[in-house]
Design a protein around this ligand. Structure first.
Ligand SMILES: *[C@@H]1O[C@H](CO)[C@@H](O)[C@H](O)[C@H]1NC(C)=O
Ligand SMILES: *[C@@H]1O[C@H](CO)[C@@H](O)[C@H](O)[C@H]1NC(C)=O
Ligand SMILES: *[C@@H]1O[C@H](CO)[C@@H](O)[C@H](O)[C@H]1NC(C)=O
Length: 177
């Protein structure tokens, strides 16, 4: 794991329209930046990283749970942003329910929407109230292999000062068919 400490001053241009990319570049003091990948059973320490399946970018067929935890230690962190860069799981059933493979996340604030199927370039914000705390992410792969199983989720801890109007929501959700 590589963790570097850098002190930066970012100039922010406030769009006011909820553009997450713009408002996430707020003023920051000394912060910890890291960029690494975690998989089953690991803890992500640091402000940014990727949750990938074992063998990524290859498919991984092993059934069972794959859990990680995001270690929130900084007091100025208010949200976690998840970017589903690549996500292929069993498709939901005809009622839109994820009954084979699924993704879920939770912390003391509650449980994220359950996701499955094919998701690409979608993102989600999740509130973090208690600090220090953990956000748990869990992917369940059923014993019934039903298509590809592969994921790459970018994880970023978002400082409170850059929250703007971004609520605890999913901007777009493909898994609703
Ligand atoms: C982590 O994953 C990203 C994309 O998924 C890749 O570009 C990067 O090289 C990986 N980093 C490490 C340290 O393996
Ligand atoms: C979480 O981060 C803190 C501060 O860096 C560290 O002391 C602690 O060991 C980490 N927890 C885990 C489970 O890695
Ligand atoms: C997150 O996972 C850890 C380790 O599996 C567990 O001890 C903890 O209770 C979980 N957190 C929540 C909020 O359920």
């Amino acid at each position: 794991m590589e963790v570097t400490h850098v002190c930066v001053l970012l100039l922010m241009f406030w769009s006011g329209i909820g553009d997450a990319h713009v408002i996430s570049n707020g003023f920051e003091g000394c912060s910890e930046h890291s960029n690494h990948n975690v998989s089953c059973g690991s803890v992500l320490n640091g402000i940014k990283g990727y949750f990938v399946n074992p063998d990524y970018p290859n498919d991984n067929a092993d059934p069972g749970n794959c859990n990680i935890r995001i270690n929130i230690t900084r007091n100025d962190i208010c949200q976690v942003r998840l970017d589903f860069l690549d996500f292929e799981m069993a498709q939901p059933d005809v009622d839109g329910k994820c009954k084979d493979d699924f993704f879920m996340g939770f912390n003391e604030a509650g449980t994220m929407p359950v996701l499955c199927g094919s998701i690409k370039e979608q993102h989600m914000y999740w509130d973090v109230v208690t600090k220090p705390s953990m956000v748990n992410l869990s992917i369940y792969r059923s014993p019934f292999r039903n298509g590809q199983r592969r994921w790459n989720i970018q994880i970023e801890q978002i400082p409170c000062c850059s929250r703007g109007t971004v609520g605890n929501h999913i901007l777009q959700l493909l898994c609703s068919h």
